[in-house]
Each structure stands twice: as C-alpha cells, then as structure tokens.
Design a protein around this ligand. Structure first.
Ligand SMILES: Cc1cc2nc3c(=O)[nH]c(=O)nc-3n(C[C@H](O)[C@H](O)[C@H](O)COP(=O)(O)OP(=O)(O)OC[C@H]3O[C@@H](n4cnc5c(N)ncnc54)[C@H](O)[C@@H]3O)c2cc1C
Length: 482
C-alpha cells in the first residue's frame, strides 16, 4: 500500500505553495498531469495583487467587492486582503525576485478596476513563469508528473486517498489528507487562454461523488486575446497593457468602448469583453489592440514576451495594432469550500486555488487576485491540516477499472467545446442554455469514457447554474431573446 501524509492534486501556484508550507518531515506527494509547466500559473502574465500597506487593505477589499458585484463572501475577501502582504513577504523572504526600479524599490502596476497601483510582477510580463519555476525549486517534496487522478477514495464521508492513472495503469495512493489544487475548466471551451490539460476532471469527479460545486455559471472571459491561431489555447494580451496605455479600437481607429462605459479600456474585464462582443456583432468590424501610447524601448522591456511573440507572428509592435477577441479565461466557481479550504461533508479533503469556490471573487474576479488567492488559501489549508494532524485509520479500496476513453470521444469533446462557446459564453439566452443542457445530457447517455464524462458533468453544472440564475450579474449575462 502506498501511503502519504498529504497528497496534493496539481502543481500550480496553489498546489506548490501548499507543498512548500508542509514541513520537510511530512511525507507529501504532488501529482500533476503532463509536463509540469503546463498549468495556468505558468501562463500568468500581469502579476499578483496585494494590499500595499495597512491603509490599502480597506481599499483593496472595496475594489474586490465592487468587482464581485455584490456576490463576494465578505469574510473571504477580508482574509485575502489582510493576509496578502504576509504571503508576498514570505515569497520575497524565500528569495523570489519581483521587478524593481533602479533604486531597488518594488515596481507596482495598475490593472483594470484597481483604484491604485498595487500589482507586483516579475520578468516584466512573465510573473507566472517566474513564480512557478521558483516554487518548483523551493518544493522539498516528491512529485509524480504525467499522471492523472481519476478517482477519490471516499467512504462514509471520509477521504482516504486517490486513484491515479499513469501510463495506462490505474493504482491507488493513500493519504491522511488530500488537497485538490487542479485548476479551472479551460478545455471545455472552443477558445480559451488556459493550459491544455486544464480540463475540469476533478470538478466532474466531485459531481460523481456527490460533492457540491458552487457558482459554476460564473466564468470570466478575457477581452484581449490574440485568436488568429489554430490551437485551442490562445495567446493572452495582459490587462496590464491597457492599464499602462494600450487602447482598443475598431477598423477605423474609433475607441468605441467609451460608448459602453465611461472608463473605456479601464472598465472591468467583463464589461470590456461584453462590449467588444456586442460591438463586433453590431458592426461586423474587427477589433484591435493598439500600442501607440508606448515608447518602443519601454514596451520591449516591460512586455518582453508579448513583444517577442507578436513580432515573431509578423506584427511590428508597438507601432502596429493586433486583432483581438474575447476568449474563456477563468473559472470563478468551483468546489464549494470553507474558508480554510475544507470541503464540507468529506473529512480530510481540501480544495484550493482556481478549482475552489470560497466566493472570494463573487460574480467577477478583480484582475490579479487569483495568484494571490492560490497563495493565501493554500497556506490556510495547510495550517488546518497541521492543526488537525494525527494518525488516522486507513481503509483499503479496490482499484477502479473504468474505461478512460472510447474511439469517438475526441469528436464529442470538440462538440462539447462548440456547444459551450456558442451557448454558454459571454452572452447567454434561456433557449441557448436549454439547448446546451439537452445536448450535454444526450452526450452523457452515449457510450463514453470516464474522462469525457468528467468534462460533461462539469459542463452540465455550469449550464444548470446559468439556468437557475435568471438575472444578469457580474460575468453572467442573460440576454432577452429577439
Ligand atoms: C494566460 C493566463 C494569464 C493569467 N494571468 C494572471 C495574472 O496575471 N494574475 C493572476 O492573479 N492570475 C492570472 N491568471 C489566472 C491564474 O494564473 C490562475 O487562476 C492560477 O494560476 C491557478 O492556479 P492553480 O494552482 O489553482 O491551478 P493551475 O496553475 O492551473 O494548476 C493546476 C494543476 O493541476 C493539475 N491537474 C489538473 N487536473 C489534474 C488531474 N486530474 N490529476 C492530476 N493533476 C491534475 C495540472 O496538471 C496542474 O499542475 C492567468 C491565467 C491564464 C490562463
């Protein structure tokens, strides 16, 4: 029997920060799918938000609550903000290098809907990559990569471990505590910015196990994504670009966002996404991100990766504008948890990071609050585990032998992505949602493998959530049918 103190599912910011907070003498295993860098954390560009000092805590809280449109859990927001400095100071003390000015002062930037400059970044526009690499280096525990958790070993309201699929073989790994840190749901959508392996396995598995998902209809679409490529994962053009002067314009150079919101490019990302979506539909015109307010040298230094990538695609930035569209970006809802990461009704099971719903983001996430959420709530889950750490009984489980996928699942998976993009994205109608619900149920009734089943079960929860929320709020927009 393979036994650990703690098994962590996922090696993004949430899973890794949980790991480095667990003492070295604990037997800990991190499990991740495919190559370790393929997670959303790696792709984060803009930075990590924090309350800069005591005086900024109430302001950061207010900005987060305002973005959340009345649906945030006030206590969760307070925790996020109050412990933000501690989490960032901890990273700095461990040796993480945020970008600084020539005098060695930390460089703070501003993003949409933040009322002051309070976002730290690293490597210019490579915060996630730098942070992920740093956390991996800091992690003293064992890792199992290119493996996939396909079952949770739960009996009588207690979790005893996980089932893992590795090189077509399934086996059980037992643990005193299990932390789910498996990220969002990007691959459910035809167009998205997420890492390819972020495919909602754990959310679907939770549905199977009777574990509650919460606010799944709350999905954030990023407004400025370069979509002229063949991969489902599209290149994101960070919000910080708009925060620092990039403009959004139509084919004729008109900054049409001001027709929708007086803040123009600095309105929150759901407003910008919706405005672009509606304007494109109304006018049939292409929409562009323009960088003419940037000095070339500054642009190259501040956004080195975006600059390099766009130039390699033939765009002479910052002089030339690039075509953009909104795409799926971030799952606000997730596995319902208490504020210490515990999953209600299942002992020894936690969820943290994007996969969890603490309701900290309400109906809309404030930019750059999610890396911070991963840090703050992962540390809280670890505190809770260490507080309750005692030798627990083990129960042995048979290994589940289900068929992971059938021939034909790939086409059905693509069908699901189209259904979600067309009917369950930026603007939703009751009819579209009902059609999606029926189509998903029909797919669930076909002979399909476990992995597709996970995706479909998650997608169905998203549609159910959207159908049960009749009024538009935050990122959820219900449109009258014409
Ligand atoms: C392009 C992009 C830019 C972003 N920019 C920012 C930003 O500037 N600031 C900010 O705050 N946020 C940003 N975000 C959001 C933020 O990056 C994510 O919300 C955050 O990194 C999620 O971290 P996580 O640890 O919860 O999940 P992830 O980093 O996505 O990690 C999930 C892990 O779970 C593993 N996993 C999944 N399923 C299984 C399974 N079945 N079995 C085993 N392992 C599994 C994966 O392999 C991976 O290791 C951005 C997101 C994207 C996509």
């Amino acid at each position: 029997m393979i036994k650990y103190d703690v098994v962590i599912i996922g090696a993004g910011v949430a899973g890794l920060y949980a790991a480095i907070n667990l003492p070295k003498d604990k037997k800990v295993l991190l499990i991740n799918k495919r190559q370790t860098f393929k997670c959303n954390t790696f792709y984060a560009q803009g930075g990590v938000a924090l309350a800069r000092d005591k005086a900024d805590i109430p302001v950061h809280i207010e900005d987060t609550l305002n973005a959340g449109d009345g649906l945030c859990d006030a206590e969760a927001v307070e925790i996020l903000s109050k412990y933000s400095r501690e989490a960032i100071d901890d990273l700095v003390q461990r040796g993480f290098l945020f970008d600084k000015d020539e005098d060695g002062n930390l460089l703070y930037t501003k993003e949409a809907a933040h009322s002051c400059e309070r976002i730290l970044h690293a490597g210019g526009d490579a915060t996630g990559r730098y942070m992920h690499h740093f956390l991996l280096e800091q992690n003293p525990h064992a890792m199992l990569s290119d493996a996939r958790v396909v079952d949770l070993l739960i009996k009588d309201g207690k979790c005893y471990g996980v089932s893992v699929l590795e090189h077509r073989k399934t086996y059980n790994i037992y643990a005193q505590d299990v932390i789910i840190a498996s990220g969002g749901v990007g691959s459910l959508y035809e167009y998205h910015t997420n890492a390819p392996c972020i495919s909602a396995d754990m959310q679907g598995l939770c549905v199977q196990k009777g574990i509650e998902l919460d606010r799944m209809e709350m999905l954030q679409f990023h407004p400025t994504v370069f979509v002229n490529s063949d991969n489902a994962q599209k290149m994101l053009l960070t919000e910080a670009l708009r925060g620092e002067g990039a403009t959004i314009e139509d084919e004729n150079g008109k900054r049409f966002l001001f027709d929708y919101d007086e803040r123009g490019e600095l309105a929150s990302r759901d407003i910008v996404s919706k405005s672009i979506y509606m304007y494109k539909k109304k006018t049939g015109m292409r929409v562009y991100l323009a960088f003419k307010n940037f000095d070339e040298e500054y642009f190259e230094q501040r956004f080195p990766n975006i600059c390099k990538n766009l130039r390699s695609l033939g765009y002479n930035v910052p002089h030339q504008r690039v075509p953009i569209s909104p795409a799926f970006h971030y799952a606000i809802g997730g596995i319902k948890t208490h504020l210490n990461g515990r999953i209600p009704n299942v002992e020894n099971l936690y969820a943290v990071g994007e996969v969890a719903s603490t309701r900290v983001h309400g109906a809309n996430r404030l930019a750059s609050n999610s890396l911070l959420e991963g840090l703050v709530f992962a540390a809280r889950a670890v505190d809770d585990i260490l507080k309750h750490s005692k030798e627990k009984e083990f129960v042995e489980f048979d290994v589940t032998q289900s068929v992971m996928s059938y021939k034909g699942d790939k086409e059905k998976k693509n069908q699901l992505r189209r259904i979600m993009w067309e009917n369950v994205s930026i603007l939703r109608t009751k009819r579209g949602l009902n059609d999606a619900f029926e189509s998903i149920n029909a797919l669930l009734n076909e002979k399909i493998g476990t992995l597709l089943q996970f995706r479909l079960l998650t997608a169905r929860e998203i549609v159910k959530g959207a159908l049960s929320r009749e009024k538009s709020i935050g990122v959820h927009t219900i449109q009258e049918e014409i």
